[in-house]
Design a protein around this ligand. Structure first.
Ligand code: ZN
Length: 75
């Protein structure tokens, strides 16, 4: 009788462990690799701004469309 009780206890424990493991893997949020955004420098006026807000042209960054055009006309 003791063996049967032990078997049931182990089975319940294993099932519980698998369930808790499944919950854990479900609960893990996707890794958000959102670090500090790169800062770039305007080639025209030298102001620093996030890369997502900068205008890129020919490997150079500008703070605005106006400065991009001014830099091109200046060369
Ligand atoms: Zn600028």
């Amino acid at each position: 009788m003791a063996k049967i009780l032990l078997l049931i206890a182990v089975t319940v424990l294993v099932v519980w462990l698998f369930r808790s493991m499944g919950r854990k893997s479900d609960a893990i949020p996707p890794p958000k690799a959102k670090g500090v955004e790169d800062m770039v420098r305007c080639q025209r006026c030298g102001v620093h701004l996030p890369r997502s807000e900068a205008i890129m042209s020919g490997g150079r960054f500008y703070c605005s469309e106006q400065h991009r055009l001014q830099d091109k006309s200046g060369r």
